[in-house]
Design a protein around this ligand. Structure first.
Ligand code: NAP
Length: 531
């Protein structure tokens, strides 16, 4: 027993905040460190114009407290970043979480001491905190990916990254703005920036599939209908493959079992309804290339119908499997390229040669800019964990343990790193689900486990190497049955040069939850529990 906390939590986003709350409920002393100056994680950093969640607001919120979910009112079908950040702040205030959070502080190093069965955590504030348990609530998309383009540092204008957006207002009026990237962040930001920028140049390496969000204000009576039995609604969503969307069930039928007209009608219906559940139109869209091609060509036709210049439309048309890079949802993304003040530059064929003080050089042409925005994504799922010097049993580093890609048991634990838990770690459903649903499930599992160890007088828990190997094989075997590994996505780490190509998240939320339950019922099967 130490004088310090029982649990050190790294991060005060939705995962960190719920960990604090849950620890307190179980009588565990917890202390969190957060690099930002406020709570909210993803929603604290990603303040770019147009930032909005792609899971509906009535679902993308905590379910752990009935009063909380009854009293909070979401205003739109998909909440915008400022509203989600207000919600995160409301939660922090309501449960008085801030008193256990040290803001503006990064954890640099964490070292396991087998003799005392404790972690010593070092921060950039020079503090050293000792605790038996370490919970990494560091988020899956929290380390930005800044491409190593020659001359980037020489750019003389304003330079921003969507994943680390300034807290002050950014003014696009009259400016020549460039955006590098066309993933989810760019797809949301581009239409908003184009509204006020003098000129917007979009540097696109790979065209993206995007489906309309069809965002709209929520009606008072639909909110009331959900709240009338919120618990049942949440439970139905937890039983969905991705932990959300029970209002829009997945159609398990093969697209080849219906007529061409019926297939089109179903895709059209989902296109008009909007949102990522477009991919649930048929059971084989994520499994079979020919089936996938039917949905992909449907979206390609929509692009051709929307974009007036056929040459621009052709450049905006993706050819890869739809859904293997995360599907974007948008408001007027493709139509934005019909504007006179928007230019699309293909940097897939002619990669960016350099950034100069005046702009971006590609294909021998310099595009002059006053502002450059990197919408170039994240070192996903492992980036933040590996930036911290984590040393487990016998001083082994997590960096070495994961040199050939992340290896975990259940996405919660790593062999050789006792009493270290990850919320939504690689090998868990995480980014392929409603993150808040996954976070709640993980935080409850982790804190119940710590409580169990404490009540049974055990000092440590650690995944066995065998259970970990089996788990890694299991995660890969599921991914390999799908089309997910077929393109260069961040799910595979393929967006970061040099990163090992491994499919990191696990597909299928309900069977995963069942496995986590079974592990506990079988007395923490796959773990070594130390006295
Ligand atoms: P992303 O999906 O990884 O997209 C990054 C973009 O930058 C891609 O178009 C990529 O091109 C391009 N890029 C990267 N390096 C480049 C280089 N050197 N030269 C030219 N282009 C380059 O990142 P993101 O848009 O930030 O989204 C990441 C994830 O965050 C999403 O998939 C989603 O899970 C989450 N997110 C969600 C929402 C939402 O809820 N609506 C919004 C934003 C983000 P390539 O495709 O060729 O690699």
């Amino acid at each position: 027993m130490t004088d310090g906390p029982d649990v050190v939590v790294v991060g005060a986003g939705f995962a960190g905040m719920y960990t604090l709350r849950r620890c307190r409920m179980l009588g565990l002393r917890a202390r969190a460190f957060e690099a930002g100056t406020g709570v909210g994680g993803t929603w604290y950093w990603n303040r770019y114009p147009g930032a909005r969640c792609d899971v509906e607001s009535m679902e993308y919120s905590y379910s752990f407290d009935e009063n909380l979910q009854q009293e909070w009112n979401w205003s739109e079908r998909y909440a915008a970043q400022p509203e989600i950040l207000s919600y995160a702040n409301h939660v922090a205030d309501r449960f008085d979480l801030r008193r256990d959070i040290t803001f503006g502080t990064r954890v640099l190093r964490a070292v396991w001491d087998a003799t005392t069965a404790t972690w010593t955590v070092h921060t950039d504030g020079g503090e050293e905190v000792v605790a038996p348990y370490l919970v990494m609530a560091t988020g899956c998309l929290s380390s930005t990916n800044t491409p190593d383009i020659p001359g980037l540092a020489s750019f003389a204008g304003e330079l921003h990254h969507t994943g680390n957006w300034p807290h002050e207002a950014v003014d696009f009026r009259g400016k020549r703005v460039g955006v590098i990237g066309t993933g989810s962040s760019a797809v949301q930001a581009i239409p908003v920036i184009a509204d006020t920028a003098g000129h917007l140049t979009v540097f696109q390496r790979t065209p993206q599939y995007s489906v309309p969000a069809r965002n709209r204000p929520l009606e008072v009576d639909e909110v009331a209908a959900t709240k009338a039995d919120y618990a049942t609604f949440r439970e139905r969503n937890r039983r969905m493959p991705a932990g959300f969307g029970s209002r829009y069930p997945r159609n398990e039928t093969s697209v080849f079992d219906v007529s061409e007209d019926d297939a089109r009608a179903e895709l059209q219906f989902r296109w008009e309804r909007g949102g990522t559940t477009f991919m649930g139109a048929f059971g084989d869209l994520a499994l079979d290339r020919e089936a996938n091609e039917i949905a992909a060509s449907f979206v390609r036709e929509k692009i051709a119908e929307t974009v007036t210049d056929p040459e621009v439309a052709a450049r905006l048309t993706p050819t890869h499997v739809i859904g293997c890079k995360r599907l974007c949802i948008d408001t007027e993304y493709f139509a934005t390229f019909n504007r006179d003040n928007v230019t699309l530059v293909d940097v897939g064929t002619d990669p960016i040669e350099s950034i100069t003080p005046a702009g971006v050089r590609t294909g021998g042409v310099e595009h002059e800019l006053d502002m450059l925005i990197l919408a170039t994504g994240f070192d996903a799922m492992t980036g933040t964990l590996l930036r911290i010097d984590i040393r487990g049993r016998d001083g082994a580093t997590l960096r070495d343990a994961w040199a050939a890609g992340p290896r975990t048991y259940l996405g919660l634990s790593v062999a050789g790193f006792p009493n270290l838990f990850m919320v939504s770690g690689p090998g868990s459903p995480s980014v392929l689900t409603n993150m808040i649903v996954s976070i709640e499930q993980h935080v409850e599992w982790i804190t119940d486990c710590i409580d169990h160890l404490r009540r049974t007088g055990r000092r440590s828990i650690e995944a066995t190497p065998e259970a970990q190997e089996d788990w890694v094989a299991h995660v890969n075997s599921i991914a390999d049955k799908t089309l997910y590994p077929t393109c260069n996505s961040w799910y595979l780490g393929a967006n970061v040069p040099g990163k090992t190509r491994v499919f990191m998240p696990l597909l299928g939320f309900p069977p995963y939850v069942e496995t986590c339950r079974r592990v506990v019922d079988n007395d923490y099967e796959g773990f070594t529990v130390g006295v």
